[in-house]
Design a protein around this ligand. Sequence first.
Ligand SMILES: [Fe+2]
Length: 312
Amino acid sequence: MTTRQKMPSPDSPFMPESADAFVDWRKAKLKDYPVNATALRVEVEDPRALSEAEQHRMLQVCRKTNMVIYASRLVGLADKQIPRRLGEQFGLVRLDSNLLADEDAVTSLQVVPEKSGRGYIPYSNRRLLWHTDGYYNPPERRVRAFVLHCVSPAAHGGENALLDPEIAYLRLRDENPEYIRALMAPDVMTIPANTEEGGENRPVQTGPVFSIDPATGSLHMRYTARTRSIEWKQDAVTQRAVKALEQLLAGGSPHVFHYRLAAGEGLLCNNVLHNRTEFADEVDKGITRLIYRARYYDRIRGTELNETSGAV
Ligand SMILES: [Fe+2]
């Protein structure tokens, strides 16, 4: 038997052994689950100061899907307080700062030739493969939530696909519970050390894809579809599990949402799986994509397992 760190209650629906709890949770999870991104959209006046009703509606959507899209009237307003204030209203206060984040730990995602030339794709206009944010972070800097706020969209492209990690877990477990065991193994996925020239070095990170947060009982997912700079455990079950996950993400599941953020809109989520299509700016016309991103160690308050519709 493998040693497990501080695992929560054995009754957790996310433990591979807990068949009954999973069945109950699964049923509740799929009941009335949204079928398109429109159902995730909540109109708000000002994300920096939500009304009680707006906040309540946003939280309700998050409880179901671990994400919500807000649509505000702050079109074209380049104010980094927007994601910060929004996050604070949902208990998101512990910001993660990455190597290239602006000094205040809110990152401006836009085409920056100097950065993209060094291989940091988020700063280019190229497509981004499926991932969760901070998959290369050590456990103490686990990214549990993030906010994307769109100041201005690209001239073309830049659409996101989004998938609730709980749905990914559920589908994989339906397919084969052994996949879940494999993806919960503490040595399943290794991100080699980052030896980027001129950059801060990042040590090797080995850890699970799926884990249960001991503090809240919530499911956490760590994943990247990249094939370079990642090493999967080499046993047969892991290989099949990774393939099944790739197929789930590529297969046009009805639970994969597609949305292109417009100016003044944003995404608040519990670090859901996401990708992005490539995009094109039209600099001569003044159309350039600018998205603010804030990453947090906190999870959205009120979406813990016992607070969601998945609870019995
Ligand atoms: Fe991301």
